[in-house]
Design a protein around this ligand. Structure first.
Ligand code: DMJ
Length: 673
């Protein structure tokens, strides 16, 4: 209304219009809006002044430009779009920390289907940042071909049998060594171990591992298949009647308990791994995970539980890389430590693993020499793995002490040692059989385990073998078999325990490691004798103890057996030595001898409903008198050594990388030569 009145009051001037200012405009705050309105009106006036033709041309030009604009937008849209997205991605992948490259989401694998097991494809497993190599713990020598799958192979007779064939070994071994599994579990072997102690050496990675990765898998032999079959039969009995208990009683279809710790199951773990018995291993692993508890008020024998349980868990950890076994090994290792709290630091024979107390046997304060000197490989390895020196310190101290003791006879040790005084007792009796045997074995094996640097161990070993030659070697009649007898207060006895048959294997191992060649000559002679301890007996199975004839008598063989000694406990020592001899010489006769022994075990000790049994009388083929007990070492040692004996694959537990404990559990050599 104000506008109209202003216009009415002024003379008509075409180029100007009168406006009424609002109060804000009057103080100068709305000048810009005002001039914009003015410009709009002025343009409109100019447009009105154009002719119709001029207007049409201009409109046409506008329309034309609009169409061109739309067309060019659609053809250029894509590059623009991608440019824009790319720049967004660039922003997303921009490292937050300079120098740190983030994974490009575009190359991440598609999500796995539900039924794909990551354990079979370790490279697709969730990644953890790699640990610096100097604190890496875990399997050092991964040379086993872990995953085997059931395949059908043609036998010589043209029939097909299910056998285990190594598969994917190359692929899996080439993947990050910290993730190894064929069991479906993705395994981080070193996730729970601590940094190493400065004093304890890390084993070096063997240089041959990569070369081995390139190798073709060595096919399994028919004899190895027979061992697998025997193992499965033994395992069936254990599973059906003794699952989770110490030993199977295959005839009464029940079990016996010694420590109540599933001894057979633990002893057999690494055998299953080596034989490629995937399902059985997996089942046993579950038992270990869910049922193996050491917090029990039970007395265990330090030596037996060390070599079977601690040794079995450590080797299974090394072969499988599964930290469960290391955790259990640490647990039992710690619980065994109270045994070393004695006045002399020579450990007691027994420990209550629940209460943490230890004691000698009720009737004496002595310990057995073999027992206190055959726990070292295991405790030393436990220290190396955990970085906790206390285990190694305790067992090294025993060895150092025994090294200095008097009472030896040219390196041969008595059988007992007192836990109070630290001195040998029952002086004057020397044997390589029960109560002393593995002292000699562990001198050599510790020297090998530690990289052949601990000279005192080697000295003691070399001296002892000279002692054996000087005092204990004799020849029998009529076959002139070289055997190792015993010495009691200067009197030689032609008695030899089957246990002594570990010696040819140990001598051969020493010779292989550069010791004098005459150790190998002696090994060859002694393994022949051990074989004859089987071959000269009616069942083809060795008794526990033999006496050799020193004088030829008509109608007499070399081997005599006393009624009290004619039992066979399914022991491994001869098969163990056959394995070493075959490995180092390649002489097939050793395999043939082992094959005979396996067949005789099958003939006289196999129980049809599952399992194998010790027998009381190796001299009576029509009634070997089954004892109704399957010792855990039959699965832990005897069948394992059989399987290895029948293999031509030197990398199936390479003896330059592993050293077997006295219960056939392979542990890594720390610094292979
Ligand atoms: C096993 O426990 C070990 O081999 C030990 O060294 C001796 N006794 C049995 C096997 O015979």
């Amino acid at each position: 209304a104000a506008m109209y009145s202003a216009a009415a009051a002024s003379p008509p001037r075409r180029d100007f219009i009168s406006v009424t200012l609002s109060p804000e405009q009057a103080v100068g705050t709305g000048g810009y809006n005002n001039s914009k309105a003015w410009r709009r009106r002025s343009c409109w006036r100019k447009w009105k002044q154009l002719s119709r033709l001029q207007r049409s041309v201009i409109l046409f030009l506008f329309a034309f430009l609009a169409v061109c604009g739309v067309l060019s937008y659609t053809s250029m849209g894509e590059p623009w779009k991608s440019l824009r997205i790319k720049s967004l991605d660039d922003q997303r992948t921009e490292p937050e920390i300079p120098g740190l490259k983030l994974a490009n989401p575009a190359v991440l694998p598609a999500p796995q289907k539900a039924d794909v097991n990551l354990g079979d494809y370790p490279e697709l497993s969730p990644q953890k940042p790699p640990k610096p190599p100097h604190i890496r713990r875990g399997p050092s020598n991964l040379q086993i071909k872990p995953p085997r799958k059931d395949v059908r192979l043609k036998t010589r007779r043209g029939t097909s049998r299910v056998v285990e064939e190594p598969v994917q070994a190359d692929k899996e071994e080439k993947t990050e060594k910290s993730v190894i599994s064929w069991r479906g579990a993705v395994i981080e072997p070193d996730q729970s171990t601590e940094p190493p102690s400065s004093k304890i050496k890390e084993p070096e990675k063997p240089s041959s591992v990569e070369a081995e990765d390139q190798k073709e898998p060595v096919p399994i032999t028919e004899r190895q298949m027979a061992v697998i079959e025997a193992f499965r039969h033994a395992w069936k009995g254990y599973k059906d009647f003794a699952w989770g208990h110490d030993e199977l009683k295959p005839l009464s279809k029940s079990y016996s308990e010694w420590f109540g710790l599933g001894l057979t199951l633990i002893d057999a773990l690494d055998t299953m791994w080596i034989l490629g018995l995937k399902e059985e291993f997996e089942e046993a692993r579950k038992w270990v995970a869910n049922n193996l508890v050491f917090d029990k008020n039970v007395d265990v024998n330090l030596f037996e539980s060390t070599i079977r349980i601690l040794g079995g868990l450590l080797s299974t950890y090394h072969l499988s890389g599964d930290s469960l076994f290391l955790e259990k090994a640490k647990d039992i290792g710690n619980r065994l430590m109270p045994a070393f709290k004695t006045p002399s630091k020579i450990p007691y024979s027994d420990v209550n693993i629940g209460r943490g107390t230890a004691h000698p046997p009720r009737w004496t304060s002595d310990s057995t020499v073999a027992e206190v000197t055959s726990i070292q490989l295991e405790f030393r390895e436990l220290s190396r793995l955990t970085g906790d020196e206390k285990f190694q310190k305790a067992v090294d101290e025993v060895m150092k002490h025994v090294h200095t003791l008097s009472g030896k006879n040219d390196g041969l040790v008595p059988m007992f040692i007192n836990t109070n005084s630290g001195q040998f007792t029952h002086l004057g009796v020397y044997t390589l059989g029960a109560r002393a045997d593995s002292y000699y074995e562990y001198l050599l094996k510790q020297w090998i385990q530690g990289g052949k640097k601990e000279n005192e161990l080697l000295e003691d070993y070399m001296r002892a073998i000279e002692g054996v030659k000087k005092h204990l070697l004799q020849r029998s009649q009529p076959k002139k078999l070289t055997f190792v007898g015993e010495l009691a207060h200067g009197h030689f006895s032609a008695k030899m325990d089957h246990l002594v048959c570990f010696l040819p294997g140990t001598l051969a191992l020493g010779a292989h490691n550069g010791l004098t060649a005459d150790h190998m000559t002696l090994a060859e002679a002694l393994i022949e004798t051990c074989y004859q301890m089987y071959a000269q007996v009616e069942t083809g199975l060795s008794p526990e103890i033999v006496h050799f004839n020193l004088h030829a008598q008509k109608g007499h063989r070399d081997v005599e057996i006393k009624p009290a000694d004619r039992h066979n406990l399914l022991r491994p020592e001869t098969v163990e030595s056959l394995f070493y001899m075959y490995r180092f010489t390649g002489d097939k006769k050793y395999q043939d001898w082992g094959w005979e022994i396996l067949q005789n075990f099958n003939k006289y000790t196999r129980v049809p409903t599952g399992g194998y049994t010790s027998i009381n009388n190796v001299q009576n083929p029509s009634n070997p008198e089954p004892r109704d007990k399957m010792e855990s070492f039959f699965l832990g040692e005897t069948l394992k050594y059989m399987f290895l004996l029948f293999s031509d694959d030197i990398d199936l537990i390479n003896l330059d990388k592993y050293v077997f404990n006295t219960e056939a559990h392979p542990l890594p050599i720390w610094a292979p030569a």
